[in-house]
Design a protein around this ligand. Structure first.
Ligand code: TMP
Length: 237
């Protein structure tokens, strides 16, 4: 049966479930983009790897008391999720300095952040996802101050849990990006995906980069490092 395509993003397609009005089907694509879509490529197998990794991580979070939109994995590239209205914020959590913050604030690479930094970016491709402050986030969304604090607290809890999970597979969670949405009951829940596209993951012993930076920086093979993350997660979880 033909599903209704609701939205196509850079990394996923979003379909309406034909069985349940409150469910969506996410289909993970093989496309990789960087620098706001300026750099593009296709990697056979990327969609499957991110779907598998994201499914494992959402399940592991649920087992540890953190709810998300994830319902179940359907096949190698799709998953069923709760329908949410995505809040147009990219919530970035940083444990170790790298990436945009090192340039923006001249912070030396690998400086630790304790406690972790939480940053908000406005999810808007035309504007290039600019960094915004709390007041701007409240102005640009329909969130209250309390809602925004709840999101930031959730992001910190997710950071603790994900840091522990990745530590069990010998990986340091350097930084990552989360998105939240409002489900049909009006609750704010974790949405989107958690994968090497949206996290920086460094091997604890060698500091090897096991995430999309190998594509952003052209320093390695994306599929090889994503497979490494999936294999380690499958062995451990
Ligand atoms: P940044 O250092 O480039 O700001 O990235 C911070 C984290 O957010 C990093 O783990 C990669 C992730 N990220 C996304 O998931 N999507 C994006 O569009 C960007 C710019 C970063």
């Amino acid at each position: 049966m033909e599903l209704e395509l609701l939205y196509e993003g850079k990394a996923k397609k979003v379909y309406q479930s034909s069985m349940n009005e409150n469910h969506l089907i996410l289909s993970y694509k093989n496309d990789a983009t960087a620098f706001n879509g300026e750099k593009k490529a296709q990697f056979t197998g990327k969609g499957r790897l991110n779907n598998e990794i994201s499914s494992i991580l959402f399940k592991a979070l649920e087992e540890r008391g953190i709810e998300s939109h994830f319902i179940k994995q359907l096949d190698s590239i799709t998953q069923m999720v709760q329908k949410t209205d995505i809040i147009p914020l990219e919530v970035v959590i940083r444990n170790i300095a790298t990436g945009s913050i090192t340039k923006r604030l001249a912070i030396p690479e690998k400086s630790p952040f304790e406690p972790a930094l939480v940053e908000l970016f406005y999810k808007n491709d035309e504007l290039g996802d600019p960094l915004i402050n709390d007041e701007e986030a409240i102005y640009l969304t329909n969130l209250t101050v309390e809602n925004l604090n709840e999101i930031k607290e959730k992001a910190r809890s997710i950071n603790q849990v994900l840091t522990e999970i990745f530590a069990t597979i010998g990986v340091r969670l350097i930084d990552f990006k989360l998105e939240f949405g409002r489900n049909q009951d009006g609750e704010i829940i974790l949405s989107d995906e958690i994968s090497p596209d949206t996290c920086r993951l460094w091997d604890m012993n060698t500091n090897e980069k096991l995430d999309k930076d190998v594509f952003r920086q052209g320093t390695g093979d994306l599929i090889t490092v994503y497979e490494e993350i999936l294999n380690r997660l499958e062995e451990q979880l």
